[in-house]
Write a protein that binds this ligand. Sequence first.
Ligand code: DAK
Length: 260
Amino acid sequence: MGFENILLEVDGGTAIVTINRPKALNALNEDTLKELDQVFTDLGADDSVHAVILTGAGEKAFVAGADISFMKELTAVEGRSFALLGQAVFNRIENLPQPVIAAINGFALGGGCELAMACDIRLVSDSAKFGQPEVNLGVPPGFAGTQRLPRLVGKGRAKELLYTGDMIDGQEAYRIGLANKVYPAGELLDAAKALAKKISGKGQIAVRLTKSAINQGLEMDAARGMAYEAEVFGLAFSTNDQTEGMTAFLEKRKPEFKGK
Ligand code: DAK
């Protein structure tokens, strides 16, 4: 299926999804969200893809937010369905079986910051700018910014960003735990590809089970989270990857994981 607002490239085990509306700083309208939903549905079902990189086209923006010209005339009912669509797409990304790395190459504002937070890992360029400026537009965040930001950076820092709409740069995002690493702009995509490749070389079932244990576990109390981890750990012992990984260690060779 061809997409109008998204570019998809698959190289080895890594898929690169680029949101491609650079004239509107990659702002998310309904069509773009629906295309993102489709592309991530397809990637989630593709076992040859081991990691996904999500980035924005052009040099200025990752995603400058939900599309304000699209949102301006929405009725209350339409606004609610737009928020539910965005939340569903972001949940799909957060719960994709494979890890998703956001390569944040510029503005990540509002829905763009929320999209980045739905990814597993955020690598950012030194020109990146994060913020939740919804209060400047007279609305609260609608794509789970009130939920994911405090979970990532803590309640106090999240409230400051959400109440003021202030922007922070990549270094500050790194300092508060919103970004994993900061790179010079020209090195960002290569760094994301290198990280994706590194993850692709590991036992894929183990990576997926680990993602599930973290995501599910964080929604439970610690005792239930640990019980879930034990189940997931046990499940790994039904795989060839577990036999291969442990045998290879004892034979002092590199494992050859098959994802089975
Ligand atoms: N939507 C639509 N177009 C946008 C856009 C956006 N979010 N951001 C930028 N653009 C467009 C600009 O209108 C401009 O278009 P033309 O005038 O060339 O046609 C083009 O991109 C280039 O932008 P600028 O000329 O403004 O570029 P600058 O470098 O001067 O400024 C900027 C860059 C990122 C600082 C500025 O564009 C800006 O402030 N943009 C808006 C950022 C923003 O407020 N983002 C948050 C959007 S609100 C909800 C559902 C969802 C949400 C909330 C509630 N419910 C249903 C309850 C989510 C809300 C958001 O994400």
